[in-house]
Each structure stands twice: as C-alpha cells, then as structure tokens.
Design a protein around this ligand. Structure first.
Ligand SMILES: Cc1cc2nc3c(=O)[nH]c(=O)nc-3n(C[C@H](O)[C@H](O)[C@H](O)COP(=O)(O)O)c2cc1C
Length: 205
C-alpha cells in the first residue's frame, strides 16, 4: 500500500498508542532499513547503524534505559538509529561501487578521502554533528517508509544514551541519536498537531 507523498507528510503523527498484539515481521524490518539507507549522507559515508529491537526481552531492556516509555514495549519494533563518527578510512570502500559502476572517476573518489580527512580528523565536534545529521536523515526516511507500508511511528529522544549504548553493545564511535518506535496504531491517538504559520518560520531572501 502506498500513499501520495504529500498526504503522507501532512498526515504523519507521532503515535502514542500502539497495538501490542500486532507484529512487524523481520522481512518487513529489513525492507524498512533497506529503504532508510537510501537517505543521503556526507560523502556517501553511510555512517549509520540500525538496531531493530524486536524481541520482548530486548524491548524490555530498551524500555529500562528509555524513561520507561510504554510505547517501546507496545510497538512491534523500536529502532535504535546510531550515527557513526566519520572516518576517512571508510571512504574508499563506500565509494568503490560507484567507481566500479563507471560513473564516479577514481580521482574524485581519492579526493573525497582527503576531503573527509580534512573536514573531520581533528574536529570531534564536526564528527558528532555529522553522526547526528546522518542518523536524523536515516530516521526520517525510515519513518516515512514505515508510513508508506501503513505502519505508525514515534521518534524518541527521551532515553539515556550511555545506557542504550551499554545495553546494546554500541561501539564508542557509534552515537545513539534517536529511537524510532514502529508498529500498528491502536485507538485513541491524536490527529496531526497544527503547526506555526509559514510566514513566522520562513525567511525568503
Ligand atoms: C527529536 C525528537 C524527540 C522526541 N522525543 C519523544 C519522546 O521521547 N517520547 C515521545 O513520546 N515523543 C517524542 N517525540 C515526538 C514529539 O513529541 C512530536 O514529534 C511532536 O509533539 C509533534 O507531534 P507530531 O510528530 O505528531 O507532529 C520526539 C520528537 C522528536 C523529533
């Protein structure tokens, strides 16, 4: 099932009540992550990792480090969306498929290795910013992919990042940027919340 994309944007809500009896099967979880990886990343670094917290045990473990939010155990799956700190050593293997496909010149790929080194090597703040940008785009893409499949979602920043990293074995270079609960909506959710007027938020220069 697919919806028109503008309708999807206008109708998306952060779902509060999920039906705890409806699953999202592992194949669909893989499809969602495959679609999320179509999101853009700086230099095509693809510096992300997705932990699909699906089993009852794993969901309880996540809830314990996520402000005891009940949607984590009610929703069929909650994704930990982690952004990795950019590393120039990753650039060549990430670009190789585009070089081998014949549209990216090798010289350009080599240049991007240097560009990534220069941009991030001695800049921990920029590394962290990039990890957040990457995971945010991935999360947004996953959120709309879920909606296209008729599923509900809720992004969550209410969790203990160190606790999540420990409980799910993230590397020190992986930052848990956001949680995204995905499942089937139950009754009683709110409609889309009104937004600030465009004139108040847009500077058209
Ligand atoms: C970065 C971020 C963190 C959020 N954290 C939580 C959260 O921990 N728990 C929750 O129930 N909702 C959370 N939300 C959902 C917001 O409350 C929701 O997006 C906002 O109220 C607007 O509602 P809407 O998404 O339905 O338009 C979060 C949303 C974002 C973008």
């Amino acid at each position: 099932m697919t919806m028109h994309f503008v309708d999807m944007i206008e109708n998306r809500v952060s779902t509060n009540a999920f039906d705890p009896n409806k699953d999202v099967p592992a194949d669909q979880i893989r499809q969602l992550v495959r679609l999320a990886t179509h999101a853009p990343t700086a230099y095509n670094l693809q510096n992300w990792r997705f932990v699909a917290v699906h089993s009852q045990e794993a969901r309880a473990r996540l809830r314990a480090v996520a402000n005891d939010q009940s949607k984590i155990t009610d929703a069929a799956v909650t994704f930990i969306i982690a952004g990795s700190l950019p590393d120039h050593a990753d650039v060549a293997p990430r670009l190789r498929p585009a070089v081998e496909a014949g549209f990216m010149p090798q010289r350009m790929a080599d240049g991007w290795v240097d560009a990534v080194r220069q941009a991030y090597e001695h800049h921990p703040g920029r590394q962290r910013d990039e990890a957040f940008r990457t995971a945010t785009f991935a999360g947004a893409t996953l959120m709309f992919a879920a909606q296209a499949f008729g599923l509900a979602s809720c992004p969550m920043g209410g969790f203990d990042p160190d606790g999540v990293a420990r409980a799910f074995g993230l590397a020190p270079t992986e930052i848990p940027v956001m949680l995204l609960a995905v499942g089937h909506a139950a009754e009683g959710n709110w409609p889309a919340k009104p937004r600030r007027p465009v004139a108040e938020v847009l500077s058209l220069v």
